[in-house]
Design a protein around this ligand. Structure first.
Ligand code: SAM
Ligand code: SF4
Length: 343
């Protein structure tokens, strides 16, 4: 008898990794497809997974629910672009029962905003309160260049619809050297003027793409230093359960978040794991180790096999990632694109 099967099984036991970090945050990628091709995220010609490899919406619900039962309090739906997955609202509707029961604190979404006009009101009706919208530029031509396929007007209309539906919107912008460097202050003032926080993200070395990473990488320490020329940044202990560190801008009253996987290692407080749309569990965004949850999910109607696979994986959660971008290391740290694990 294996050690795992000999161990007693407690379907309610909280998930804690070997470093004592409780797993309370699950990010679920519901599709690897997207209606954009952002230059730092995807190559122009992506090969997407065959649809039959994807977990069904029912399987995604079962998987998320297993994590909620084991103590996950925050669930973020992402992708690819989550809102291009057919019937995705069915998943939100079914997951909202965990909000109603109080088992789940927050159900949320990261989106490129292109489909928000259609879905904002339904998301709000499902109990979604806050969403992240990725937007790296307010210049329509630059937006098209960066996303290759995107239409800025549609995204802005989506943000309008989200705010009209009562959703709190946070803007996520990837800081890209020589691309949106000159727009940082405009992005901040535009976001804060609309009552939205904005978080800057350092570009991470995930997946092969055409541009050179080193050319794109702009350390947020430099961005932050520049902001001091114009703004008074007040340290803030505001946290959203994610890796961003926030400051408040005295002049605008709004918040700026910084996600700095490269200049500041945030692994010590990592409370999250990620599942791909095929049911592969990644214990760390920056490491290759993963566990297949689709097979145990499909192996039986009971969740015991699934729970055991989750427990076994969490027991291997690594201490941290080892991202580096420098002139000698422009290869990806891991081969998969951000659109696979969902950022
Ligand atoms: N399509 C949705 C969107 O764009 O918000 C959700 C998925 S996207 C992969 C999630 C986030 O990852 C976005 O904010 C995107 O800008 C960011 N992202 C993608 N590739 C990245 C990379 N290589 N480094 C840093 N952030 C990246
Ligand atoms: Fe699509 Fe989001 Fe990746 Fe852009 S960042 S290509 S919107 S998944």
């Amino acid at each position: 008898m294996s050690v795992v099967s000999a161990m007693s099984y407690d379907p309610e036991a909280p998930l804690v990794d070997p470093f004592g970090r409780g797993i309370s945050y699950l990010r679920v990628s519901v599709t690897d497809r997207c209606d954009f091709r952002c230059v730092y995220c995807m190559s122009e010609n992506m090969t997407f997974l065959p649809k039959q490899d994807l977990l069904t919406l029912e399987e995604l619900d079962r998987l998320c629910s297993a994590f909620v039962r084991r103590g996950v309090r925050k669930l973020r739906i992402t992708g690819g672009e989550p809102l291009v997955r057919r019937d995705i609202m069915t998943l939100f509707r079914s997951l909202s029962r965990h909000l109603e029961s109080g088992a789940l604190e927050e159900l949320t979404l990261t989106t490129n905003g292109s489909q928000l006009v259609r879905h904002a009101a339904d998301l709000a009706a499902c109990g979604v309160k806050r969403i992240n919208v990725s937007l790296d530029t307010l210049d329509p031509a630059r937006f098209r260049e960066l996303t290759r396929w995107g239409d800025l007007d549609k995204v802005i209309a989506g943000i309008d619809a989200a705010q009209a539906a009562g959703l709190a919107v946070k803007i996520n912008a990837v800081a890209l050297k020589g691309v949106n460097e000159d727009e940082v202050e405009r992005l901040i003032e535009w976001s804060h003027g609309r009552g939205m926080d904005i978080t800057f993200i350092e570009v991470m070395p995930l997946g092969d793409i055409e541009p050179d990473r080193f050319d794109q990488y702009w350390p947020l320490s430099q961005l932050r230093a520049r902001l001091l020329d114009r703004y008074t940044l007040e340290e803030s202990d505001y946290r959203t359960g994610g890796p961003a560190r926030y400051v408040r801008v005295r002049e605008t009253g709004g918040r700026i978040g910084f996600i700095t996987p490269l200049t500041h290692n945030f692994c010590e407080s990592c409370n999250r794991v990620r599942v791909t749309c095929t049911g592969t569990l990644y214990m760390c965004l920056g490491q290759e180790d993963a566990a297949d949850l689709r097979a145990p999910l499909r192996a039986s109607e009971s969740d015991e096999k699934l729970d055991r696979a989750i427990e076994g994986a969490i027991a291997r959660k690594p201490k941290g990632h080892d991202f580096v971008i420098d002139r000698t290391t422009s290869r990806p740290a891991v081969g998969r694109h951000m659109s696979v694990t969902g950022g």
